[in-house]
Structure formats: structure tokens, C-alpha cells
Design a protein around this ligand. Structure first.
Ligand code: HGY
Ligand code: MN
Ligand code: MN
Ligand code: MN
Length: 399
């Protein structure tokens, strides 16, 4: 069943260039509808909340909810396992627990979080923020995607009421477990079955906009130019060198570029690039951000261009709950899975959920550590093993 779910979910938004399933788009709506069918087939109670999180509920006799799940959206040109495995693995776990043990004491729920990747709207962790009451009332009427579509309009188009966002907030969550692919190569290289995540890095996104002078590519001598792209490229190079010199686990990526007007015969007047900077220590992350800002100012001065930096995302690092990690360790051993404690390189909803609810993550190997690419792959055996460890832990927590 798990493999079928992975493949069928992976067909929704699949293109020759990988997965494109973004919050509230057509593929996302098809995924929502498929998940509600599968939730019903599993004998669970299906529900969609005000921001589009899809829940499958196995009601318990006592109070409090143990939640598992992950995000249903993907990055552009993404893989079939990032987020999706935590959703369908949680669904398979609850279906198996219901079949084997009937009614739990604590209610169990699996959630397909509506958004985590910020692929369409800059709405980072929108599903988790909905559950924690962290969505500002004006966000649906303020955020737009790169086509200019207003978040509120996209919500309405998906059958949601942007004015009802506050009703997604929950106060009954007692624990959150997220099954996820590692997206790195530690488990694969060491031949370890599962990873018990101890810390998730702090992530900062910034947009650096460089304004030079648009000129003729033929008639403007090199020494008279104020080429925005050359200055931006120098900034990106020096930023990357600085983070390389900081050493692991610091990472920086300048993955999204805009150059205007983008005509071969024109010296670019504007260049814009993204900075994704991560470190598990908030102080180090912020010290490196200061370095980024200093480099941009120095290079701008040298090239006679203007630079503007905007913060787009600011996620703090999070330490996972020690007691839940111990439950996951015991569950791995019960399942005969080898395990190791490890940090996450990727960001996850769990890093925000951990600010309010005891939270822990369990990783399964990514073949060759590849992720955020159509090459992303985790073997069926590893998927099933991860779901079994998750189910065993949920059994301990809910019965
Ligand atoms: O970027 C990340 O680490 C996550 O996939 N959003
Ligand atoms: Mn991702
Ligand atoms: Mn993910
Ligand atoms: Mn996540």
C-alpha cells in the first residue's frame, strides 16, 4: 500500500522535469482529494482545515492528539519523497495501527501539511503556522506568487475561505512525529537504516538586489561600466568563499537569479539573487549573515553600484524532544533497524512545531544523498522500515 501511495501521489504534479506541486494549484488539489479518499479507505475520519491541511483521524478514548505527517507540496523540479513519504507513511501507520489495535487511548492524526517549501507563495510553513495560530490576518491579502496571484484568491479557488484562517489553530496537540527522507548521504554512506534527528538548522533567506547602470554592450568601455551582474556575481563568490572558510555544517546557496533587462547587447542595470544560509547555531548563522551584508556593501562600493538586501525567511534552529527521540530509538530497535542520532541539513515543519509541541523526526536514507531533484529516491524497503518505526513509536505514544 505504501509504495502505491508514493507512486500515485508522485504522479500528481509529475513532469519530465520532476515534481511541480505547489500550494493550492491543480496538482495540490488533486493530491488533497486523493488523500481524502485514502483516509476514508483506511477507516479514518477525514477533514480539511481552514488553510488546507488534510487530516486523517483515529479517535481515541482519552484526550489529546498525537500527530504525525509532513508537507504535501514540493519544490520545483522536486522529487517524489520529500514531504510525501511522511504523509503516506503516517497514513499507512495509522491504518495498520487501527487494524491491529483498534481504538487508541490518545487520538492519532496524520496530516498532509498544505505548504512547507515556499515554492509558490513566500508563506513558509503555512500549514504548521495555521495550526499554531501564527498566520497574520492580512497575509492572504498581502502575499502574491510570482505570477501576481493573490494568496486569498488562490485559497478561494481551492475552496477555502481566507477570512477563516484563524480557525485552523489547535490547542490539543500533545506530540508531533515527522517521518522524512534524510536528503543527505550520511545514512546511505554508513549503511544505517534510520536517523534520529537531534537538531534542525536555522535558515535565513535573503534577496540581494544590485542596481548598476544599463548601457550599450558595444559602445561602453569596460572601465566605464557599472555592470550590476558583475558586481552581484562578485558578491555571491565572496559570500560562498566566506561560508566555505567557516566550514561544515555552515552552508550557503545562491540559487535564484534575475538579470535585467537580460539582452546580450545590454550591460545589465539590475541583478537580483537569493541567499539561503543555514547553521544549527543561531549565533553563528547570524554572524555569517553579518558577513554577507558586509561583503555586499564592500563590493557595491568597489563597483559603484547600489545594493539592497531584504530578509524573506527567518527560521530558528530547533532541538528535537529527547523523550520522543528515545521512543523512536526504542521503536527502531523493536523493528530491528540500525539507527544513529544526527542533525538535519534540511529545514522542516518540525522545527516550528517544536516551538509549541514535543516534536521529533525520523529519517530514512536518500540514495546518494540526492533530494530537491527528480533523482530523489528512497527504496521501498527503506520507506516501509521508516513507516514501521513510526507506527511502533505511535503505538507507544497513543496506547
Ligand atoms: O529547504 C529545505 O530544507 C526544506 O526542504 N524546505
Ligand atoms: Mn524540501
Ligand atoms: Mn521536506
Ligand atoms: Mn518539513
Amino acid at each position: 500500500m505504501l509504495g502505491t501511495y508514493v507512486e500515485e501521489l508522485g504522479a500528481l504534479g509529475e513532469t519530465p522535469d520532476g515534481m511541480y506541486r505547489f500550494m493550492y494549484d491543480e496538482a495540490w488539489q488533486q493530491a488533497r482529494d486523493a488523500l481524502l479518499r485514502w483516509i476514508d479507505d483506511a477507516g479514518l475520519e477525514g477533514r480539511v482545515d481552514a488553510v488546507g491541511n488534510v487530516f486523517g483521524r483515529l479517535p481515541g478514548s482519552g484526550d489529546g492528539v498525537v500527530l504525525t505527517g509532513s508537507h504535501v507540496d514540493t519544490v520545483p523540479s522536486g522529487g517524489k519523497y520529500d514531504g510525501a513519504l511522511g504523509v503516506v507513511g503516517g497514513l499507512a501507520a495509522l491504518a495498520a495501527l487501527r487494524a491491529q489495535h483498534g481504538t487508541p487511548v490518545r487520538t492519532l492524526e496524520v496530516v498532509a501539511l498544505c505548504e512547507e517549501e515556499s515554492s509558490r507563495f513566500p508563506a513558509n510553513f503555512f500549514g504548521t503556522r495555521g495550526m499554531l495560530g501564527l498566520i497574520a490576518p492580512d497575509e492572504p491579502d498581502r502575499l502574491r506568487d510570482r505570477e501576481g496571484v493573490l494568496l486569498a484568491d488562490a485559497m478561494r479557488q481551492a475552496g477555502l475561505d481566507p477570512a477563516a484562517v484563524a480557525s485552523a489553530e489547535r490547542h490539543d496537540l500533545r506530540a508531533f512525529l515527522e517521518l522524512h527522507i534524510e536528503q543527505g548521504r550520511v545514512l546511505a554512506d554508513e549503511g544505517v537504516d534510520v536517523g534520529l534527528v537531534e537538531v534542525i538548522p536555522g535558515i535565513a533567506w535573503e534577496t540581494v538586489t544590485v542596481r548598476g547602470r544599463q548601457d550599450h554592450a558595444g559602445a561602453t568601455p569596460m572601465d566605464l561600466r557599472r555592470d550590476a551582474l558583475q558586481a552581484a556575481a562578485q558578491m555571491a563568490r565572496e559570500i560562498t568563499t566566506a561560508v566555505e572558510q567557516e566550514g561544515r555544517p555552515a552552508v550557503v546557496t545562491t540559487g535564484r537569479w534575475t538579470v535585467e533587462p537580460g539582452q546580450p547587447s545590454i550591460v545589465p542595470g539590475l541583478a537580483r539573487f537569493s541567499v539561503d544560509l543555514r547553521h544549527p547555531d543561531l549565533g553563528v548563522r547570524d554572524r555569517l549573515l553579518d558577513t554577507v551584508h558586509r561583503i555586499c556593501a564592500t563590493v557595491a562600493e568597489r563597483h559603484g553600484v547600489e545594493v539592497e538586501i531584504v530578509r524573506d525567511k527567518d527560521e530558528e534552529p530547533a532541538t528535537m524532544d529527547a523523550d520522543l527521540l528515545d521512543v523512536l530509538r526504542g521503536s527502531a530497535e523493536e523493528c530491528g533497524a540500525s539507527w544513529r542520532r544526527m542533525p538535519s541539513g534540511a529545514g522542516h515543519d518540525s522545527q516550528l512545531m517544536a516551538s509549541r509541541v514535543p516534536t521529533a523526526m525520523v529519517f530514512v536514507p536518500s540514495v546518494e544523498g540526492r533530494s530537491h531533484t527528480p533523482a530523489e529516491y528512497t527504496s521501498p524497503a527503506d520507506c516501509v522500515r521508516g513507516a514501521s518505526v513510526l507506527a511502533t513509536a505511535l503505538h507507544h505514544l497513543a496506547w
